[in-house]
Design a protein. Structure first.
Length: 127
């Protein structure tokens, strides 16, 4: 996805993959099962798409980096998230979709609310 030499999330991901393999977990599924997470959590961390949350970082460190300085994986994950900017890259597609739905952000808020509020609301029936 990104160059580990210039992207902190990709760097962390590459290191996580190396550590997983060195620890004998030949698949992301095996590590995910051991930690109690979905495989996609491990996959996204390893590709740099989504750095691990503090909880996931703690679990990864305990399993893969037992002899490392305490909190190292979490600190690297925090650095990777900060390097991604104020809006994570994975969230930008959501923002674009919202812009398409709500229209131009320069449009008065009242007009945007009218567009959103004019959508048909589902009928709710209580028995």
């Amino acid at each position: 996805m990104h160059d580990p030499a210039s992207n902190p999330a990709a760097f962390l991901g590459a290191e996580l993959r190396r550590a997983r393999m060195a620890a004998g977990f030949t698949s992301q599924e095996a590590l995910a099962a051991r930690l109690g997470y979905d495989r996609s959590v491990i996959a996204k961390a390893e590709t740099g798409e989504r750095p691990p949350t503090p909880e996931v970082a703690e679990a990864l460190e305990a399993e893969l980096f037992a002899g490392s300085p305490s909190g190292l994986v979490g600190r690297l994950a925090t650095l990777a998230r900060r390097a991604d900017g104020p809006v994570p890259a994975w969230f930008e597609d959501w923002l674009e979709a919202e812009r398409e739905i709500l229209g131009d952000a320069k449009q008065p808020a009242q007009d945007r609310a009218t567009v959103v509020g004019s959508a048909k609301k589902p009928d709710i029936v209580f028995d």
